[in-house]
Design a protein around this ligand. Structure first.
Ligand code: SAH
Ligand code: SF4
Length: 407
């Protein structure tokens, strides 16, 4: 069970989300151009207007059109009549004793959704970096047996602006915009002064099942004239959607993490059921040909440590053999329990013996220290409150939870 430490209680924060006026915060360049076209901005000036908005939205992080001093008053008024710069609504914000923060965010309803979907985003500060763990879907269509998100019955893909919106909201809340603490200085924040330096797509959802929106959102995150997070500091984690791995590498060239968790097909079929469709050998081939792979750009293999399930020294030896020839790092993740989970975390001594064997074989194998356990913010513990709703309360465009219906 989860130990409840001295977490601050979840804060309720009032953020108004306007149903009639959609938010344009989080859109990419083509989305902004469309939004401008819809309010009559002529095509010839759209590019220039998009560039202006871009700086205000993604360098300064402004929350109101009034602040956009180089945009004409008339255009500011037209923008404000039709749109907002709202972030996702915060349902709760929790701060762990170790500084980890978790936000439960409510997204605007789309299509015929009767309830507003909710997702979680986690910020993990460390000595040399600050990592934002973002979600790509509401829930997940896959059913990994050790993952809380996988028990969420209903799923939809996040839109581009909903993925980018998580970054904007986190920056707002931790004061990570230029001059956030001293608004008058207006200075741009050098990369080295930022709190959020890294992004991992390790929140809720399988990012390769929402390929296009995740790709466009990461292009916004990496854009050098805006949020400017280097692609080498963005990591996409996948359970192993083999056909999309090469395409992701070619089109996005971020770092890659693979949720491996088992070295034999019979066990991986059980832990990560997508393995039945794309078994280990195919997954390894996709990894070997991931574009840009080198010793400086290694694939991270995530391996959750489940007591007496996948944590024997024989498993460690098989793991080493399996990865031979692939520039790899191994990330051993102590299993994070959640209410109702059927596994136990391996004993600490066993994790150490496993790590030592893998290390001796030449692989860096840091054990990921569980962060934010007291607020259920650790890997695989994310699951929004909306799951309490019965399936019958939702209607299309939500998709039902079978891998076959995955988008
Ligand atoms: N769907 C993607 C990304 C989100 S999960 C994927 O599966 O890769 C991010 C990581 O957390 C994955 O490696 C996942 O296997 C791991 N994880 C899920 N549940 C966990 C749990 N209860 N304890 C530890 N790690 C978990
Ligand atoms: Fe989905 Fe990843 Fe959880 Fe598996 S581990 S259910 S792919 S979020």
């Amino acid at each position: 069970m989860v130990t409840i430490l001295n977490a601050q209680p979840a804060k309720q924060i009032e953020v108004s989300v306007n149903a009639e006026r959609p938010s344009i915060a989080g859109l990419d360049r083509s989305g902004l151009a469309e939004a401008l076209a819809a309010i009559g901005v002529p095509e010839k000036s759209r590019r220039m207007r998009v560039a202006q908005l871009w700086g205000w939205l993604y360098v300064r992080g402004v929350r109101s059109f009034d602040e956009m001093s180089d945009v004409s008053k008339d255009l500011r008024a037209r923008l404000a009549d039709t749109y907002t710069l709202d972030r996702p609504e915060i349902v709760s914000e929790q701060v762990s004793v170790d500084g980890t923060r978790k936000w439960l965010m409510r997204l605007p309803r789309r299509g015929r959704e009767r309830t507003a979907p909710e997702v979680e985003t986690v910020y993990i500060p460390e000595a040399d970096r600050g990592t934002l763990c973002i979600s790509s879907q509401v829930g997940c269509t896959l059913n990994c047996s050790f993952c809380h998100t996988g028990t969420q019955p209903l799923v939809r893909n996040l839109e581009v602006e909903e993925i980018v919106g998580q970054i904007l909201l986190a920056r707002d809340r931790i004061g990570d915009w230029p001059g956030a603490n001293a608004p008058e200085d207006g200075r741009l924040l050098p990369e080295t002064d930022r709190k959020i330096t890294n992004i991992v797509l390790m929140g809720m959802g399988e990012p390769l099942y929402n390929f296009d929106n995740v790709r466009r959102a990461m292009a916004v995150a990496a854009d050098g004239d805006g949020l400017s997070v280097s692609k080498r500091r963005i990591t996409l984690s996948t359970s192993g959607v083999v056909p999309e791995i090469a395409r992701w590498g070619a089109e996005s060239s971020t770092m890659l993490a693979i949720s491996l968790h088992a070295t034999r097909n019979d066990l991986r079929d059980e832990l990560v059921p997508i393995n039945k469709r794309y078994p280990i050998a195919e997954l390894m081939n996709a990894c070997r040909s991931y574009p840009g792979l080198s010793n400086a750009r290694r694939i991270t293999f995530e391996y959750v440590m489940l007591k007496d399930v996948n944590d024997s020294l024989d498993d460690a030896r098989t793991l080493v053999r399996l990865l031979s020839g692939i520039p790899a790092k191994i990330n051993l993740i102590p299993f994070n329990p959640w209410p109702g989970s059927r596994y136990l975390c391996s004993d600490w001594g066993q994790i150490e013996r496993f790590a030592e064997l893998v290390n001796r074989a030449g692989y860096a194998s840091p054990v990921r220290t569980p962060r934010g356990r007291d607020i259920l913010a650790a890997c695989g513990q994310l699951k929004s409150e909306s799951t309490r709703l019965r399936a019958s309360e939702h209607i299309s465009p939500l998709v039902s939870k079978t891998p076959e219906t995955a988008p």
